[in-house]
Design a protein around this ligand. Structure first.
Ligand code: HSE
Length: 297
């Protein structure tokens, strides 16, 4: 009658794949416990210090569950306990993790009647509340695991889930606030064809690199010529963090989702630790507090 789900942090965009690519991490994760109730409605409790809204209409997990319940004919409700292991606003899919965890737990309590594409659809409703836009690039890896491609949202959701090669991720989270809604407002409305060509060449290169575990190809293909340049002014230290990360052996990286976190992919734990420290040194020099996370994909 009660289910507990660990829902992981995720990297979205992965450089060149704005709103398309996603990668699940093994940690940190949110913990979502759902209990099925014969009392209709959603009741949410947050067992963490982040002061997130518990009104189901304003809580990402609540909105996702309300979307799911619309497709359930029985008069049921859920009691929800969320413990956030992922700091909100850190750019590693915090809101997506809670929304995804909630619908996965609900589906388990309902005899797995929905498929993963449907779960992504429900969870995206929650994500839209947090970011002001319907995008599934964090939701998809949280639900499918591994490396995901959101090929389309319309007319139906089409997600391709691929295995990821062995990778270690280093993420630095500077304590500056960058809201996804704000960092989407700075994006260009149109893209010159020449830049678009370079970008989709990288997209193809990155997918090939992931499928063949070709780390050099991954490194050559991560660059984002369209979104990152527009967001660069929002994240002080980004350019220097990349220089220092590459100098100590990172494969490559960029802004994690809409920021402010910066991610770097690495082929060993040792390199990832060095890269995390190198990126952190930039923010200490800037006098900006930061957290570093290092973990396997
Ligand atoms: N793809 C989204 C963006 C991810 O970059 O705005 C935000 O969570």
């Amino acid at each position: 009658n009660s289910v507990l789900v660990h829902s992981p942090a995720t990297l979205s965009n992965l450089g060149c794949g704005f709103d398309v690519f996603g990668l699940a991490l093994t940690a940190p994760y949110d913990t979502v416990r759902l209990t099925r109730s014969s009392t209709p409605g959603i009741r949410i409790q947050h067992l963490d210090p982040y002061n997130l809204p518990t009104d189901p209409q304003q809580n990402v997990a609540g909105v996702a569950l309300l979307a799911l319940l619309k497709e359930v004919p029985e008069a049921i409700g859920f009691d929800v306990e969320i413990t956030k292991g992922i700091m909100p606003g850190s750019g590693v899919g915090s809101s997506a993790a809670s929304a995804a965890g909630a619908v996965v737990a609900a589906n388990a309590l309902l005899g797995s009647r929905f498929n993963k594409m449907q779960l992504v659809d429900f969870a995206m409703e929650g994500e839209a509340v947090a970011s002001g836009a319907r995008h599934a690039d964090n939701i998809a890896p949280a639900i499918f695991g591994g490396f995901t491609v959101v090929r389309a949202l319309q007319p139906t959701i089409d997600i391709i889930a691929l295995p990821a090669p062995e990778l270690w991720v280093a993420v630095v989270h500077p304590q500056i606030e960058v809201k996804t809604s704000d960092s989407r407002k700075v994006l260009p409305a149109t893209v010159p064809l020449g830049l678009a060509v370079r970008q989709w060449a990288n997209v193809a290169g990155l997918v090939s690199g992931f499928l063949t575990a070709d780390y050099e190809l991954i490194g050559r293909s991560l660059d984002d010529y369209i979104v990152e340049p527009a967001r660069l002014p929002l994240i002080p230290g980004l350019a220097e963090a990349r220089v220092r990360a590459l100098a100590v052996g990172a494969i490559g990286g960029g802004i994690s989702g809409s920021g402010p976190s910066i991610f770097m992919l690495n082929n060993t734990e040792e390199t990832a630790q060095a890269v995390g420290a190198a990126m952190g040194s930039v923010f200490s020099e800037l006098g900006i507090e930061f957290n570093v996370y290092v973990g396997p994909v």
